[in-house]
Design a protein around this ligand. Structure first.
Ligand SMILES: N[C@@H](CCC(=O)N[C@@H](CS)C(=O)NCC(=O)O)C(=O)O
Length: 213
C-alpha cells in the first residue's frame, strides 16, 4: 500500500492514524503542498482535486486508487476489520460518523491552502473566517461529545471520530484558538495522543517533516 501524504496535512494525518491503528504496512509518498507539488500535472493525474491523502492499494491484481480520507478509512475498515474504527452499535456508528463529518466538511475545508490563496488574491485575510469555523465546529463537537464520550469521543474505544479530532485540535492550536471551553475534547485529545498509533502518525514523526516550517 502507498499513501500520498504531506507531513503537516491534517487530512493525510487521519489516513496515517488509521493505517497505524490497523497495523497495516505501507509506503509514504510525500507531496510538498507548500511548494505547490499538488498542482503539478503529474500529481493531478493521481488526484484531480490536487489534494492529499491518496491511497493506492492492490485489489484483485490491480491497483486501486482512493482519494478522500473518509473513503480511505471506510475502505480500510471494510477490508481489514480487525481493530475496528467503527463501533458495534448502529447509533454509535452514526455518532462517530457525525463527529468526523463536522471536522471533514465543517472545519478543515476552511484551512486549505487553496482557500487561503483565493482569499489572498482577493486582498482578504482568511484568518478570522478560519478561526470562526474552527470555534463553531469545536463547540458542536464538545456538545455532542459530552453525551457520547467515555474514554474516547464515542464511548471507550478509538473510533473514526477520534481520528478526525486529533489533527483538528493540532490545527486549532496552530491557529491560536482558545481550547479552554472544550474540556472533553482536550481530555480525549490527550488520551489519543498517548497512544503509539497516534504518535507514529504525528506530523513531527514523518519522514518529510520540516522543523523550520
Ligand atoms: N476532504 C478531503 C480533504 C483533503 C484536503 O483538503 N487535503 C489538503 C491537505 S489537509 C490538501 O491537499 N490541500 C492542498 C491545497 O489546498 O492546495 C479529505 O478528507 O481527504
Amino acid at each position: 500500500m502507498r499513501l500520498y501524504s504531506f507531513w503537516r496535512s491534517s487530512s493525510a494525518w487521519r489516513a496515517r492514524i488509521a493505517l497505524a491503528y490497523k497495523r497495516l504496512p505501507h509506503e509514504l509518498v510525500p507531496v510538498h503542498l507548500t511548494n505547490g507539488q499538488q498542482n503539478q500535472p503529474e500529481f493531478r493525474k493521481v488526484n484531480a482535486m490536487g489534494q492529499v491523502p491518496v491511497l493506492e492499494v492492490e485489489e484483485d491484481g490491480a491497483v486501486l486508487r482512493i482519494t478522500q480520507s473518509i473513503a480511505i478509512i471506510e475502505y480500510l475498515e471494510e477490508r481489514f476489520p480487525e481493530r475496528p474504527l467503527l463501533p458495534a452499535e448502529r447509533r454509535d456508528r452514526a455518532r462517530a460518523r457525525e463527529l468526523a463529518e463536522i471536522v471533514n466538511s465543517g472545519m478543515q475545508p476552511m484551512q486549505n491552502l487553496s482557500l487561503q490563496r483565493t482569499f489572498e488574491q482577493a486582498g482578504l485575510d482568511v484568518s478570522a473566517f478560519r478561526k470562526q469555523a474552527l470555534e463553531r465546529g469545536l463547540n458542536a463537537l464538545e456538545q455532542l461529545a459530552t453525551e457520547s464520550a467515555g474514554r474516547f469521543l464515542v464511548r471507550d474505544g478509538v473510533t473514526l471520530a477520534d481520528i478526525y479530532l486529533v489533527p483538528q485540535m493540532f490545527s486549532a492550536r496552530r491557529f491560536d484558538v482558545d481550547l479552554e471551553p472544550f474540556p472533553t475534547l482536550r481530555r480525549v485529545d490527550a488520551e489519543c495522543s498517548a497512544l503509539a498509533e497516534f504518535q507514529s502518525a504525528h506530523p513531527n514523526a514523518q519522514p518529510d517533516f520540516e522543523p523550520q516550517m
